[in-house]
Ligand binder design. Structure first.
Ligand SMILES: Cc1ncc(COP(=O)(O)O)c(CNc2cccc(C(=O)O)c2)c1O
Length: 463
């Protein structure tokens, strides 16, 4: 139980030995990390016994909520029989085969093959190797360039971070690697002035055709994008964007990779976000929701266009990881997917709680501090602004050096709710099991924290 944990002792050991991801180590060591000890449903408890509404599903991933003993049972059983075996050298294991079969059933029609990894980053590294191999096998040795977007997030391996469009990541380690280029993101708030959303969607998609012509169509292997950008700040593209991207990819014959690490497994009210946006990808990256984060697992759903070439002409595909097709991770995924199906969570998000979340977030949009609020399925965001304008492009923004988003996040942590802050964009991606009553509980807490943030910035005379 929580009382047995000596928070200060854990924090000291943490500060002494544990280098956290995406963290200013000295800054955190000075503050002390918050020790999370238990989860149940949509709630977390820290080592001080504080109960927290987990508005972020851990890290966009705990789709079925915490405390699913049927998953831990499935993992325990598998651990007791075959805790590990590899799939190199002609061997396989039953959970990996059953999961590959299951994924082929729930994926869009053209997907019958799966390549397993342990993370979304490794899955996107796999995509780089696969698309270049696909073109080499057909004699197009020059078609190696992959086009991605600014502010995209595709992981933190060398290739994953290069595919991503985050300047702060490229600045560390000499990224991007050769052959990966970026175009603007379809962020209507940021770049859609004087245009309707539909006009902006077509304009933003047009940047892909410009880049293809700049690089040379005969050198472009693929385009990669998240149906809805997650870590970039829940950027929901205008309806015209993806159909135009698809048309341009088809026109030049380049492969389309949908990165569904966040958008997959019910997050947007469909098994895959591509279905919602009319995207017909050739490859789908997945991770996170496939096991609800209980055990690390990722991979690539390989569409027939690519699978056929790699299988029929490929010979040995010289790529893979020790834990590719890990039996315990696959057992967790099978039970996780069974829960999603059994409790009809995808339909529930599409028809019931997703629309309800949209309603409650629109209501938060009335708050004096909120200049824009929007959602798609079970991802939602709101923009903190200094002064609301007549249109979203006339909002007066805070100087980002003030760190208003982090101040707001601080109030959230102190008041028992977790949101993600991307600059002044506040985000939730709740567990798909969150009920209407729990959505009320979460949004009431968010409103309280918006009020506290508003009070604080008024006393600081930032308004
Ligand atoms: C779209 C997408 N693609 C790939 C990855 C990489 O997956 P792995 O982390 O399993 O290698 C992600 C991961 N997304 C992610 C990872 C870490 C932090 C945050 C954040 O929002 O702060 C988001 C992601 O969101």
């Amino acid at each position: 139980t929580n009382t047995q944990i000596d928070t200060a002792a854990v924090q000291q050991m943490d500060a002494a030995h544990y280098l956290h991801p995406f963290t200013d180590f000295k800054d955190l060591a000075a503050k002390g990390a918050r020790v999370m000890v238990r989860g149940e449903g949509v709630y977390l408890w820290d080592s001080e016994g504080k109960k927290i509404v987990d508005g972020m599903s851990g890290l966009w991933c705990v789709n079925v909520g915490y405390g699913r003993t049927s998953i831990s049972q499935a993992v325990y059983q598998q651990m007791e029989t075959l805790p590990f075996y590899n799939s190199f050298f002609g061997t396989t294991n039953v959970p990996a085969v059953e999961l590959a079969t299951k994924l082929a059933q729930i994926a869009p029609p053209a997907f019958r093959h799966v390549f397993f990894t342990s993370s979304g980053s490794e899955a996107n590294d796999t995509n780089v190797r696969m698309v270049r191999r696909y073109w080499d096998l057909q004699g197009y040795k020059e078609r190696h360039t992959i086009i991605s977007r600014h502010n995209a997030y595709h992981g933190s391996t060398v290739a994953g971070a290069s595919l991503g469009g985050m300047d702060g990541m490229h600045a560390q380690g000499g990224l991007p690697i050769p052959g990966i280029v970026h175009i603007g993101q379809p962020n209507y708030l940021e770049a859609g002035q004087e245009l309707t959303p539909d006009e902006f969607g077509l304009k933003a998609a047009g940047w892909l055709e410009e880049k293809i012509l700049e690089v040379g169509a005969d050198k472009v292997a693929a385009f990669i994008g998240e149906p809805v950008q997650g870590a970039g700040g829940v950027i929901i593209p205008p309806a015209t964007y993806w159909p135009e991207i698809q048309r341009i990819c088809d026109k030049y014959g380049i492969l389309l990779i949908a990165d569904e690490v966040i958008c997959g497994f019910g997050r947007l009210g469909r098994w895959f976000g591509s279905e919602l946006f009319g995207i017909k990808p050739d490859l789908i990256t997945f991770a996170k929701g496939v096991t609800s984060g209980y055990v690390p697992l990722g991979g690539v759903l390989v569409g027939e266009r690519v699978a056929r070439v790699l299988v029929e002409q490929g010979g040995e595909f010289t790529h893979g990881f020790t834990y590719s097709g890990h039996p315990v991770a696959c057992a967790a995924a099978l039970e996780n997917i069974r829960i999603i199906e059994d409790e009809q969570l995808v339909r529930q998000v599409a028809d019931d709680t997703g629309p309800y979340l949209a309603e409650r977030f629109a209501a938060l949009g009335e708050h004096p501090l909120v200049g824009h609020a929007d959602s798609c399925g079970f991802v939602a965001g709101l923009n903190l602004v200094r002064k609301k304008g007549a249109t979203v492009h006339e909002n007066e923004l805070f100087d980002e050096s003030l760190g208003v988003g982090m101040i707001c996040r601080g109030h959230m942590f102190d008041n028992g709710v977790i949101m993600r802050a991307v600059g002044e964009r506040m985000i939730v991606a709740p567990p798909l099991v969150m009920t209407r009553a729990q959505i009320d509980e979460m949004t009431d807490l968010i409103r309280l924290c918006l009020d506290k943030t508003y009070e604080e910035i008024k006393t600081r005379q930032w308004l």
